[in-house]
Design a binder for this molecule. Sequence first.
Ligand SMILES: [Zn+2]
Length: 183
Amino acid sequence: MVKNQCVICDIIAGKVPAHAVYEDDDLLGILDINGAAPGHVFIIPKQHIPILEQVPNHIVGKMFNVANRISSAIFDTLKVQGTNIFITNGVSAGQKVAHMMVQIIPRAQGDRITLEWPPKQLDEEEMSTIELKLKEEVSKIGFGSSESSAPTARVAAPAAVVNPEAEIEGEDNYLLKQLERIP
Ligand SMILES: [Zn+2]
């Protein structure tokens, strides 16, 4: 299924006006007009890539370097006391558009922005089981070469495709299936 609309791709294509604070060959950093605070920035890959798993390793690395740089600039210029840097990966995690992004929210004491959760205590047995499962699975995942890591084999673009090579095949991917339901 190919969607023809991705609001983020429209921004990248210049169809929607935006305030860019950063740009290179792969990435854009945009001021969020509906952000949590003034200076809320999202960093997006210029290719249409719906979820983090599909972003090539070298772009993932670059995104966090750029996020760190923008965060530093936010500290210096906006005189804030903190930043949150995060990704909503999947609809259940609060992802609202089918285009992966890293968000940076400037934070100040008493700003009443909530990114909190009630702490849950796992029991020891559950912890051990999860630890084993995760350890095993994580050990299978190599970092590989930065270029070959994009899972182009499962490609089939859910939304507006800027670069046809970035189409993502997602039939077996739960996160993608959910994202395809985003209106
Ligand atoms: Zn897009």
